[in-house]
Ligand binder design. Structure first.
Ligand code: ATP
Ligand code: MG
Length: 438
């Protein structure tokens, strides 16, 4: 993409309304623009990142055996009355009346809708187990939307729902999601730690929140030091027994401030890390909470009625864009992990209009594109070199290739790694091989 033709409205000033670094950087780098409190436009550069995050989430859900679908954003109040949550949900639910005076709502979550689909379409125990998921916008009328996309009112969530015949099978579904989450967050370039979470009236111990450690996180967290460096599982057999793997992650102490046990923590001594965290995922087994009142059951092998055991599993896809920035930036801007970078390479022409510089930069642009490398080509004629470097740093592309008159005369360009700041001169011919070997 040529920057001269792109839509990248970077801001020079730091927006006053942004309290945390990721929000400031998202506004300054032209990733999002607020439409109304907690409701955002995703501008082209931000949209590319959002799509990359979404795609990694999708690939890991698929790998774990979950099946993608899409449910409506607007739901009827009826199913929520059946589950008993319509009145309880309170003012966070955006309630709408249609032209026929039917009560509708903009979905804050989809347990009722998926349960309604499942009960009417699945009849036999032979159809189980199943885990279905979607990546869909939600609306929650948060009292205090803040921190940009981290606590929005409209936000993108991956939500999965598992259906099983009994608790033991539901636990296997839970474990598959648990492990899928470890892999997902690792691929996104962040370390998210599973922590014991409150299970509400259902009880049991099957609820974990996944949190990224960051000073600006909304939750206080207490974790055993070992969890900071645990090995992320690589080749996982999702059909095998995942319990030992899950146990190895849930053994060391980790809890949020809502759940923590000070006496246990005291016994950890030096090994206790107390910090703040951002919740990016939440997995939850809740048994028959929705399936019982909503009549979601199947016929068992002997024709008996089996009320299904369910779990639900969320990932904050849009929140993750902010959370990744919280954990990966410096004083000059964002430092995108390669896996989610909106473009891999910033190609910077510091003297557009100089024929020899243009020739090299244009040729590199064509070569990189032909090789399938996502490249943003700063060919703008009206910006100084300093401003171009500042933009490349601010928007955080992993690799910067700078083409200028001095280098071109000698046959080289400068290659910079955004993360380490390391710069080196490389020959024009070798740029591609450098970028494909790193
Ligand atoms: P929180 O405690 O942060 O309000 P929650 O526990 O209400 O979140 P869940 O119902 O568990 O949220 O939703 C699943 C995921 O969706 C959360 O782990 C979080 O990453 C994301 N999420 C929830 N609320 C918001 C929001 N207002 N803006 C952006 N992402 C959100
Ligand atoms: Mg939660």
């Amino acid at each position: 993409m040529r920057l001269s033709r792109y839509f990248l409205p970077v801001l020079k000033e730091t927006p006053a309304e942004a309290q945390i670094v990721s929000h400031r950087l998202m506004l300054r780098a032209g990733l999002v623009r607020q439409h109304a409190a907690g409701i955002y436009n995703w501008l082209p550069l931000g949209h590319r990142v959002l799509r990359k995050v979404e795609q990694i989430v999708r690939e890991e859900q698929d790998r774990a055996g979950a099946i993608e679908m899409l449910m409506p954003t607007v739901q009827t109040a009826d199913v929520w009355r059946e589950s008993g949550r319509y009145d309880d949900y309170g003012r966070e639910m955006l309630r709408i009346v249609d032209r026929h005076d039917r009560e509708m709502l903009y979905g804050p979550t989809h347990e009722e809708v998926i349960t309604d689909v499942f009960r009417s379409m699945v009849r036999s125990y032979k159809d189980l187990p199943k885990t279905l998921y979607q990546i869909q916008w939600k609306f929650r009328d948060e009292v205090r939307p803040r921190f940009g996309v981290m606590r929005g009112r409209e936000f993108l969530m991956k939500d999965a729902y598992s259906f099983d015949l009994d608790e033991a099978a539901a636990r296997r579904a839970y474990n598959r999601m648990f492990v899928a989450y470890l892999r997902t967050f690792d691929r996104l370039g962040v370390r998210a730690i599973p922590m014991r979470a409150a299970t509400g009236p259902i009880g049991g111990n099957l609820s974990h929140e996944f949190l990224i450690l960051a000073d600006t996180g909304e939750s206080g967290v207490f974790v055993h030091r070992d969890l900071l460096n645990m090995q992320i599982p690589d080749a996982v057999d999702f059909d095998g027994d995942l319990q030992p793997l899950v146990d190895s992650w849930t053994g060391p102490y980790a809890a949020t401030d809502e759940m923590h046990a000070p006496a246990l923590e005291a016994s950890l001594g030096e090994n206790l890390v107390s910090a703040r965290g951002i919740e990016v995922g939440h997995i939850f087994y809740f048994g028959t909470k929705y399936s019982a009142p909503m009549g979601c059951r199947v016929a068992g092998p002997d024709g008996q009625d089996i009320v299904l055991h369910m779990g639900s599993y969320g990932i904050g896809v849009s929140r993750l864009v902010g959370a990744i920035i919280e954990s990966s930036h410096d004083e000059n801007g964002i430092i995108w992990p390669e896996s989610v970078a909106p473009f891999r390479v910033a190609l910077i022409n510091i003297k557009p209009g100089d024929p020899s510089v243009d020739a090299v930069a244009d040729a590199l642009y064509a070569d990189l594109r032909n090789a399938g490398v996502d490249v943003l080509y700063d060919d703008r004629a009206d910006e100084r070199a300093g401003a171009k470097f500042a933009t490349a740093d601010l928007i955080g592309l992993p690799w910067h290739v700078t083409v200028g008159p001095k280098g071109v005369a000698a046959g080289y360009v400068e290659l910079k790694c955004r993360r380490t700041g390391e710069k080196r001169d490389v020959s024009v011919e070798s740029v591609l091989s450098h970028l494909t070997s790193v």
